[in-house]
Ligand binder design. Structure first.
Ligand code: ZN
Length: 137
């Protein structure tokens, strides 16, 4: 199964993987359909949002840290409950349409791997979905 490998450098970090995803689409010569990206981890997530102004990603990370503090009345003994909760908030998959060989992202949209318990090596699994054959009435 095609996948991307992403190395995080900090405990919490949003990593723009849009260019890597575009390369994956080009390498596989997919022209129509959709791409499902799935993060098989419990303390990392994936989402689509603005990548034009880097302040947006910083605001997202800062706000998530404020909503879910590292220390709290958590029961999980591993000490990373905040990372699990932030992963729930960001989600573990995105689905992006592909048309004429291009990701159908909006002008300001980019795809982010959201690291919440790094630094570590993360995997993003990719599955290409073929368009349905044309249905005739
Ligand atoms: Zn844990």
């Amino acid at each position: 199964m095609p996948h991307l490998t992403v190395e995080s450098r900090r405990r919490s970090e949003l990593i723009d993987i849009t260019a890597q995803v575009r390369d994956l689409v080009a390498r596989n010569q997919v022209t129509e359909g959709a791409l499902l990206l799935f993060v098989p981890h419990t303390t990392a997530g994936i989402f689509i949002n603005e990548n034009a102004d880097p302040d947006v990603a910083e605001d997202i990370l800062t706000t998530l840290s404020g909503l879910v503090p590292r220390q709290g009345a958590y029961r999980h003994g591993e000490g990373n409950s905040d990372a699990h909760i932030k992963a729930v908030l960001t989600g573990s998959s995105v689905l992006v349409p592909i048309s004429q060989g291009r990701l159908e992202l909006g002008t300001w949209q980019g795809i982010y791997l959201a690291e919440f318990d790094g630094p570590r090596r993360r995997r993003v699994t990719a599955a290409f979905l073929a368009p349905l054959p044309e249905v005739k009435a």
